[in-house]
Design a protein around this ligand. Structure first.
Ligand code: TRP
Length: 337
């Protein structure tokens, strides 16, 4: 990849980030920073779309997400970390884009559809929630991003963003905004310890700074293969959570291939596998945990990082919003034409 991309992605501050975020997207963000212009948004406004009743909870998690970023190795000198709610241009763009998107299109967005079901909104869907893909399109386009590292559940958001980009460019009769593409992880989506979708609220995820005790407890509770009763029984690798995590985090892929063969054949007990995974995760998590503790002891520094990043992001997003207002929506000031 020799092109220099503008990268934009974000996370809702509703709890600490977990290994699924790492395997799905944080890992690539760390790898890509420096070679590209990268901005990470702490998406507190988006978090409010399904947490309107708990604003203090969202606010309290802003610095947690910033800590997670720094702990996994996001370097604030090479990546801009910004707070969404402090960037008024994003709301400005979202309002304009709202006119380019039908309610039917929003209701058809597969991510929105799935999340409406998960959250049990039934008919009581907050309008802000239904419209969050539009706001996310504002996030992405405000930075004229061309690459968006996200989990595969976010692909419909990228498609909707590109539809908006094409409409804006058609209105302006010029390429005001670039289309973007999703950067997906090479490993499949990491399940929660129970084999279901990993989520902060379900409590089935392993956080980026988990303690050794938390790692051990989580791995012991992992769903394997209910048909694999004795070590000598043949076992299933597909759907087996322990193997999903080994695939994502064990650097010795040859050993993992070999373990899979032995597990399938029969003769390899779950405990042997789980002990290996505990070691692998501890090696992976220990440095993150240590850095996280260090930064947590210096929250003034973390706040300064987010303030500095937000100021940089504000300049960029203001410039884009002005350009879009003027060129696609004829919203110049009342100055003479
Ligand atoms: N919707 C994303 C998530 O739930 C978070 C997000 C907010 C985002 N703004 C974004 C992702 C812009 C990519 C680009 O994980």
């Amino acid at each position: 990849m020799s092109v220099v991309h503008r990268i934009l992605t974000g996370d809702r501050p509703t709890g600490p980030l977990h290994l699924g975020h790492y395997a799905g997207s944080l890992r690539s963000r760390v790898a890509l920073q420096g070679a590209h212009h990268q901005t990470l948004l702490i998406a507190d406004l988006q978090a409010l779309t399904d947490n309107a009743g708990r604003p203090a909870h969202v606010a309290a998690n802003v610095l947690e997400v910033a800590l997670d970023y720094l702990a996994v190795g996001i370097d604030p000198d090479r990546t801009t970390i910004a707070l969404q709610s402090q960037l008024p241009a994003l709301a400005d763009l979202a309002t304009l884009y709202m006119n380019l998107v039908t309610v039917a299109r929003l209701e058809r967005n597969p991510t929105v559809k799935a999340e409406i079901e998960q959250r049990g909104f039934a008919r009581d869907i907050p309008a802000g929630f239904l419209c969050y893909p539009v706001s996310q399109a504002a996030d992405i386009t405000a930075f004229r991003a061309t690459l968006v590292p996200v989990g595969d559940d976010q692909v419909p958001m990228i498609e909707q963003t590109n539809e908006i980009v094409r409409r804006v460019n058609r209105l302006a009769n010029a390429d005001v905004l670039p289309e973007c593409e999703a950067l997906l992880s090479s490993t499949p989506r990491l399940p929660g310890v129970d084999g279901r979708k990993a989520s902060k609220s379900a409590g089935n995820a392993i956080t980026l700074g988990a303690t050794p005790e938390e790692i051990t407890a989580a791995v012991h509770s992992m769903y394997t293969d209910p048909g694999h009763v004795r070590a000598s029984d043949p076992g299933r690798v597909e759907g087996n959570v322990v193997f999903a995590y080994l695939d994502a985090f064990d650097p010795d892929t040859t050993a993992v291939t070999d373990l899979k063969a032995r597990y399938r054949h029969g003769g390899l007990g779950d405990m042997v596998l789980k002990r290996r995974l505990i070691d692998v995760l501890e090696i992976h998590i220990a440095p993150t945990r240590a850095r996280r503790a260090q930064f947590a002891g210096n929250l003034d520094y973390v706040r300064a990082v987010v303030e500095r990043g937000t100021a940089i992001a504000r300049a960029i997003s203001d410039e884009t919003a002005n350009d879009v207002r003027r060129r696609a929506f004829s919203l110049d000031s009342i100055a003479a034409a």
